[in-house]
Design a protein around this ligand. Structure first.
Ligand SMILES: Cc1ncc(COP(=O)(O)O)c(C=O)c1O
Length: 451
């Protein structure tokens, strides 16, 4: 097994390199890429992909990889799912784009379908092209609706790369470095990431989840009357697949209600069935004021959605916010097909089953000794956090695990503020046989890297 750590590999974790991906075609394409494409891309692997089908991708040297990363939680239905491909083809043969020159039928349909799966009273949709864009839109909506400036976010959160979104992002300082001045009036409070920062016994009530830090912030730094919104990931994604203690979202809902603050749930990564329910907030029966989603919504076509009650969305009169491409007909056709497919193929239940199977395997590695320090997750959004006996993050080990998986033909992603978490986000259409193969390869890598 070889492992190289390129200079640009600090932002999203180390780039996993595979000797098997060093075929001549791959080398040529990597050279061309180096000359033509911005060095800003911090790629998770050195693979050069030219084809994808189902749960596999194929590189330019013809090597097939099992894709357990889904292009960072996007291709939940696998690559080129026939139903999504058919919907996209049909739309391409009809019309592609009108922007706000007209209203168009596919966008109305997509909005109706998204409203139908969103929690309770959230019935109105604004479309954009990406996660960062829906974060920006939600911040603007909250400020306009409340007339207040403040946005409260949570440490370790990731919300995107545009100026407002990156201001709200605190999972790595590198993402913010060199971009000051950032958006004013953004406040950061701890997330209840108990393994990393709490001193209470495991399972005991967590003061952060109960709101102690928020009350402290309100008393010392910003009066709650100045806050337009709390922006929270119900399960932190890039920050480490951190599942907060039950009740945390309820605490946020209570404090928001008490102080007239809007609760924005960023479900860009956790939404669209990944956790076994349409949205992660559904597990806690907490209804946010604004829900934002993107990534898996289009299964690879660029689309994001801001969902809110009609009266709140009414804070935007015509022209108060806008987009040229958002809600594009082809992307909307894909989103409708994604929702249809998740319903038709029973993929919410499948996400739960994938999660149970994966967590059972990972707990077996734990029981054997030298496995992950913590196995956590909801549905098919699973984090395996690696720490040594003294609690120190095993960053290099996670890089070696990922490289070993890649060498064996399995793509596995990392995440976490210390880059010491394996994130398992298998496609929801994966068969038990393919999942077991991926887990077996991962289990061997965990075993081989035991200290
Ligand atoms: C929770 C969350 N919000 C927002 C974003 C930004 O999404 P995008 O990269 O589509 O702008 C991401 C991306 O990883 C995310 O995980």
């Amino acid at each position: 097994m070889t492992q190289t750590l390129p200079a640009d590999a600090t932002a999203t974790g180390h780039t996993a390199t595979s000797p098997a991906a060093s075929g001549s075609a791959s080398r040529t394409w990597r050279d061309r890429d180096r000359s033509a494409v911005s060095p800003a891309y911090s790629r998770y692997t050195d693979l050069v992909i030219q084809d994808g089908e189902g749960v596999h991708v194929v590189d330019v040297d013809g090597r097939r990889y099992l894709d357990l990363g889904c292009g960072i939680a996007v291709t939940s239905l696998g690559h080129r799912h026939p139903a999504v491909a058919a919907a996209v083809h049909a739309q391409v043969d009809s019309y592609w784009h009108t922007s706000v020159v007209t209203q168009h039928v596919r966008q109305t349909e997509a909005a109706e379908r998204i409203a139908a799966i969103a929690p309770g009273p959230l019935d109105t949709v604004f479309f954009a092209n990406s996660g960062a864009e829906v974060v920006e839109g939600a911040i603007k909506l909250a400020r306009r609706a409340t007339g207040r400036p403040g946005i409260l976010v949570f440490e370790g959160g990731f919300h995107g790369r545009t100026m407002g979104a990156v201001t709200c992002t605190t999972s790595k300082a590198h993402y913010r470095e060199g971009y000051a001045p950032l958006l004013p009036e953004v406040y950061v409070s701890p997330y209840p990431y108990c393994l990393d920062r709490c001193s209470h016994p495991p399972g005991a009530p967590c003061p952060i989840a109960l709101g102690a830090e928020l009350e402290r912030l309100f008393a010392r730094m910003v009066a709650p009357s100045q806050l337009a919104a709390m922006l929270v990931e119900p399960i932190q994604g890039e920050g480490g697949y951190v599942v907060p203690p039950a009740g945390f979202l309820g605490t946020l809902r209570r404090l928001c209600d008490q102080h007239g603050i809007l609760l924005i749930a960023d479900e860009v990564q956790s939404g669209m069935g990944r956790t076994g329910r349409w949205f992660a907030v559904d597990h806690e029966q907490v209804v946010p004021d604004v829900l934002i989603t993107a990534k898996a919504l289009g299964n690879g076509l660029p689309i994001g959605a801001i969902v809110a009650r009609r009266e709140l969305m009414g804070a935007w009169d015509p022209g108060a916010h806008g987009t040229t491409f958002g809600g594009n007909a082809v992307a909307c056709a894909a989103a409708i097909a994604v929702i249809d497919t998740i319903e038709r193929e029973g993929l919410l239940a499948r996400a739960t089953a994938i999660g149970a199977r994966s967590q059972a395997a990972a707990r077996g590695w734990q029981a054997a000794g030298g496995g992950p320090a913590e196995v956590r997750g909801v549905g098919a959004m699973i984090g395996l956090e690696f720490r040594d006996d003294a609690g120190r993050p095993q960053t290099e080990r996670v890089a070696r695990i990922r490289a070993a998986c890649l060498e064996a033909g399995v793509i596995v992603l990392g995440c976490g503020i210390h880059d010491n978490v394996i994130r398992l986000i298998p496609p929801l259409v994966i068969s038990d046989a393919d999942l077991d193969h991926g887990l077996s390869v991962l289990g061997q890598a965990v075993q081989a890297t035991r200290p």
